[in-house]
Design a protein. Structure first.
Length: 550
C-alpha cells in the first residue's frame, strides 16, 4: 500500500464522521423541518420561527434549521436576533454552507459588505450548488456596480433553483416582456411569501406590462442633437424662510414644471395638477414609499411625449404622478438618476446643473443617450439584458450588462454602493465603524437614524421641527449632541443631527441605512456623479461658499 493511498484512507477516517455529524438530522425532525420551511415560504413567519426554535432547542447543531430561523428573523426585521443566532452557530466546531450563507445575508442587511462577501464565497467553497449564496452575491455585486458579475451569479442561482420565490423575483427583469408578464402572473397566482408591499408592487407592475407589452418600449431616447448642456438651479422653499433644496425647470410636453432635484429619489414624479395640464397619458396605478410613517402612497404612471432639460430633449418617457406631494414650492421631484447616462455635475455654490458625456469604455462604439424618467434602478437597460438571453452567444455577450469602469481621470473619486437610484456612501460618525449614509439633496439637512444615533451617543426628544417625506410626516423626531461626520475625504465638525427611525427605508433597500447627507451641507459642495460606475466626487472651495454657509 502506497503512502498516498494510506494518507487518503486516513483522511476519510477523519472527515467522514464529521460530515455525518453535521449533516444528519434525527428522522423525527425531518417532518418538523419541512413544516417550518413551508410556513416560511407562505409568509407565516411567527409560526415558522416557533417551529425552527423547537427543533433547535432539541439539537443546537441542526445548522440548516438555524439558518432557516436566521432568515425568518431577517424577514421579521429582527436583525440583531438573526446575528446572535449566526454567531452562536459559527462558534461551534463545524457548520454547513447554508449556515454560512445565512450569515452572509445577515451581514449584508447590517451593511457589513466585506464580511458578507467573504461569507458568501466561503459558503460556495463548502457547497458550489448553494443558490442562496449566489443570490446574495448577485445583490452584493449589483450594489458594487459590478453588473456583469451580478448577472452571472443570478443566472447561476436561477439555474440551480428556478422555483425559489426570491430567485424568481430577481430573475423577472431578465425575461423578455411577454415572458416576464406571464411569469409574474403565474407567480402571483400561486402560494407565495406574504409580503403585502411586494405583492402590491408586483401586481401593479403586471398591470403596467399588460398595458404596454404589445407596444414599443417607452425608451425615452435623446432626440436633440446636443450631447451636453447646463441648466440653472433655483432654491426650492418650504416657506418664505426655509429652504428645501435646489429645483430645475423641466418641460413636459408643452408645459413647464419646477421640480426638486433629488439624489435620494428615482425617476420623475409630478403632481396630478401638472400631469393633467401637460396632458400626460395615464397607463396604470402605482404605489410608492419614502421617508415618513404613513406607509405606501398612491398615484399612477403616465407617458410624456417629450421631456426637455436644458438643451436636451427626450421622446416617449414614462413618469410617475403622485396623488399627493409633500409640501414644498415645487411641482414634483426629479431624481438625479434619470440623467444617469451622463456625467452629472450639481454645482451647489454656483446653483448650476451640468450634464456631459461619461468616459467612454474601451470597448464602446456608441454612447447610450437615454433618460431614466421611470426610475429604472440600474444603468443597464433591462430589456437589453432580457433580449440577450435569446441572442446568439456572440451577440448576447455584447448585450449583457457590464461591470463598472473607472477611467484614469476618475481614479481619485469615491466608490459608493448603489441601491436602485440611491447612492450610499461609507460614513463615520465620530469614531464609529463605517455606516452607510444616502447622498440626498432632497433631505433638508444631514440626518441620522435613531438606531445609529443611539450607538454613538445620547439622543433627545425633538419638538422644534416636523419632518415630512414621500410617505407623510415622521411621528417621532430626535436630536443628537454635536458630532463629527467623516465621508469621502471630508470631515464636518460640530454638527448637531436630527434623528428618526429609518427602518422602513432599510427594509426597502435590504441593507442598513444609517443616515442622510442632506442639502444643508451638499449646497456648499460641487457634487459630481457617475451613476454608471458607482462613483462620486465632492469639490469644496470656501471662496465660492457664502460666509453664512461655511
Amino acid at each position: 500500500m502506497s503512502l498516498r493511498t494510506l494518507f487518503s484512507i486516513l483522511l476519510l477516517a477523519i472527515f467522514i464522521p464529521i460530515a455525518t455529524a453535521q449533516d444528519s438530522k434525527p428522522a423525527a425532525a425531518e417532518d418538523g423541518v419541512a413544516a417550518a420551511d413551508a410556513l416560511y415560504k407562505t409568509g407565516k413567519l411567527e409560526e415558522a420561527a416557533k417551529g425552527y426554535e423547537s427543533l433547535l432547542s432539541s439539537d443546537p447543531k441542526l445548522f440548516d434549521v438555524r439558518a432557516g430561523l436566521m432568515r425568518t428573523r431577517l424577514r421579521q426585521q429582527r436583525v440583531d436576533d438573526a446575528y446572535e443566532l449566526g454567531e452562536a452557530g459559527l462558534a461551534m466546531p463545524y457548520h454547513t454552507s447554508e449556515l454560512v450563507s445565512a450569515m452572509g445575508d445577515v451581514q449584508f442587511r447590517r451593511a457589513e459588505m466585506r464580511e458578507a462577501e467573504a461569507s458568501y464565497l466561503r459558503a460556495l467553497r463548502l457547497d458550489p450548488s448553494n443558490f442562496r449564496a449566489r443570490l446574495g452575491l448577485s445583490k452584493l455585486y449589483r450594489s458594487y456596480s459590478l453588473y456583469r458579475q451580478a448577472y452571472n451569479q443570478l443566472k447561476a442561482a436561477y439555474e440551480l433553483a428556478p422555483k425559489d420565490a426570491e430567485v424568481q423575483r430577481a430573475w423577472f427583469p431578465m425575461l423578455p416582456r411577454k415572458e416576464r408578464l406571464k411569469s409574474i402572473e403565474e407567480y402571483l397566482s400561486s402560494a407565495r411569501p406574504d409580503d403585502p408591499d411586494e405583492t402590491t408592487w408586483l401586481k401593479q407592475y403586471a398591470d403596467f406590462l399588460k398595458a404596454t407589452v404589445n407596444t414599443p418600449i417607452h425608451a425615452c431616447r435623446l432626440v436633440s442633437k446636443v450631447e451636453q448642456t447646463q441648466a440653472p438651479l433655483t432654491l426650492v422653499l418650504v416657506d418664505p424662510t426655509h429652504v428645501r433644496g435646489l429645483g430645475l425647470q423641466v418641460k413636459l410636453n408643452d408645459r413647464g414644471g419646477f421640480l426638486l432635484l433629488d439624489t435620494g429619489a428615482g425617476g420623475i414624479m409630478v403632481s396630478r395638477r401638472l400631469a393633467e395640464k401637460a396632458g400626460l397619458e395615464r397607463i396604470t396605478n402605482l404605489s410608492y414609499v419614502g421617508v415618513g410613517d404613513k406607509g405606501l402612497q398612491t398615484g399612477y404612471s403616465a407617458v410624456a411625449k417629450r421631456i426637455r432639460i436644458g438643451e436636451l430633449e427626450f421622446a416617449d418617457c414614462v413618469v410617475d404622478v403622485a396623488d399627493r406631494l409633500s409640501g414644498a414650492d415645487a411641482d414634483g421631484i426629479i431624481g438625479a438618476n434619470v440623467m444617469s447616462s451622463y456625467l452629472i455635475d450639481i454645482d451647489g455654490p454656483g446653483e448650476m446643473l451640468r450634464l456631459s458625456p461619461l468616459p467612454k469604455r474601451p470597448e464602446e462604439a456608441v454612447k447610450i443617450t437615454a433618460l431614466r424618467a421611470d426610475g429604472d434602478d440600474s444603468d443597464e437597460d433591462e430589456d437589453m439584458n432580457a433580449n440577450a438571453i435569446q441572442d446568439t452567444p456572440k451577440t448576447a455577450e455584447m448585450r449583457l450588462p457590464k461591470d463598472r469602469y473607472i477611467a484614469q481621470e476618475m481614479a481619485g473619486w469615491t466608490r459608493v454602493f448603489r441601491f436602485g437610484p440611491s447612492l450610499l456612501i461609507p460614513t463615520h460618525v465620530n469614531d464609529s465603524p463605517s455606516m452607510l449614509f444616502v447622498i440626498d439633496t432632497g433631505a433638508f439637512n444631514n440626518l441620522i437614524s435613531s438606531a445609529a444615533a443611539r450607538k454613538v451617543g445620547k439622543i433627545y426628544d425633538e419638538d422644534r421641527i416636523q419632518i415630512k417625506g414621500a410617505s407623510g410626516a415622521v411621528d417621532q423626531v430626535y436630536s443628537t449632541g454635536r458630532v463629527k461626520l467623516l465621508f469621502s475625504h471630508f470631515a464636518q465638525h460640530n454638527q448637531e443631527l436630527f434623528s428618526f427611525d429609518l427602518s422602513n427605508l432599510s427594509r426597502h433597500f435590504g441593507t442598513e441605512l444609517s443616515g442622510m447627507l442632506g442639502f444643508g451641507m451638499l449646497r456648499t459642495l460641487e457634487l459630481k456623479i457617475d451613476y454608471r460606475d458607482g462613483l462620486v466626487d465632492f469639490v469644496y472651495d470656501p471662496k465660492r461658499v457664502p460666509v453664512f454657509l461655511r
